[in-house]
Design a protein around this ligand. Structure first.
Ligand SMILES: C[S@@+](CC[C@H](N)C(=O)[O-])C[C@H]1O[C@@H](n2cnc3c(N)ncnc32)[C@H](O)[C@@H]1O
Length: 258
């Protein structure tokens, strides 16, 4: 598991941009009244709250590995049950779920060749696995995290630190899941996130993929590292004439019906 120390406040700074793909995924879920719904990697619970609205009669369970995120989630959706768990090992402790929904979470772990078929196997027959994951491993946003980490006074401290591993290609998920499911729908969308502020891309990354690097650094080194990252990404994501910064963000969506 990638070393992670989530800061819900920083993550929630871009709520609108991070929510839209969650809603786009939910809009495609072909279920009317599932009895049991799991929000896998529920984070601070803002998407769990939307699952609650869409499926008010469902038993709703949020699963996450971060105690800080779970604390926020419990406050956001008191009607749901929340437990600490790891994607690699979590399994329902009650009836099989009709929906396992996971937004912007499963890309944090590797081992998808085993994980995705395992998640499908946990579903009630006819149940749905619905997943959205960033697919940004080749984008400057992510690639520059490694090059900046390797080149500076922090290089020794950051040796071996990694962020989310690359997700697989869409066809790989097809080959993995098709033998196990009744129906499969996979698609990609590149969003053009419109960010505001001097260091918008750095701020975005600091709430997610840059976290493992920042967490490993001694606090006194963090400002210089953040500054070096901000300078490295700036030419790739220049500010527009209206002051905004455009961040093209590729995301992979997957709906598998057991
Ligand atoms: C980017 S947040 C997404 C939160 C929420 N789903 C949303 O859409 O806003 C990713 C979440 O995945 C959780 N996570 C990452 N790796 C995990 C693992 N191996 N097991 C359980 N949770 C994990 C993190 O704690 C974090 O809350």
């Amino acid at each position: 598991m990638v070393e992670q120390n989530w800061d819900p406040t920083q993550y929630l700074r871009f709520t609108d941009e991070r929510l839209r793909p969650a809603l786009d995924l939910l809009a495609q879920v072909p279920l009317d009244a599932p009895a049991s719904v799991v929000d896998l990697g529920c984070g601070p619970g803002n998407v769990t709250a939307i699952l609650r609205q869409r499926f008010p009669a469902a038993q709703l369970l949020g699963v996450d590995g971060s105690a800080a995120m779970l604390e926020k989630a419990r406050a956001a959706v008191p009607e749901a049950r929340f437990i600490e768990g790891d994607f690699a090992t979590w399994a329902p402790d009650g009836p099989a779920p009709d929906l396992i929904y996971s937004n912007a979470a499963l890309h944090w772990v590797g081992g998808h060749a085993a994980l995705f078929p395992r998640l499908v196997s946990l579903l009630e027959p006819g149940g749905v696995l619905a997943v959205q994951m960033p697919a940004m491993h080749n984008a400057p946003l992510r690639a520059l995290q490694y090059s900046v980490a390797a080149d500076g006074p922090w290089a020794e401290a950051l040796r071996g630190v990694g962020s989310a591993p690359p997700v697989l290609e869409p066809g790989d998920y097809w080959d993995l899941l098709r033998p196990h499911v009744a129906a499969l729908d996979i698609w990609e969308t590149t969003y053009l996130h419109v960010l505001k502020g001097e260091d918008a891309v750095g701020e975005w990354a600091s709430g997610s993929s840059l976290r493992p690097f920042l967490d490993r650094l001694p606090p006194e080194m963090r400002p210089a590292f953040r500054q070096a990252y901000a300078e490295a990404v700036r030419p790739h994501y220049p500010r527009r004439a209206d002051g905004t910064t455009l961040l093209p963000f590729r995301r992979l969506f997957l709906l598998a019906r057991a």
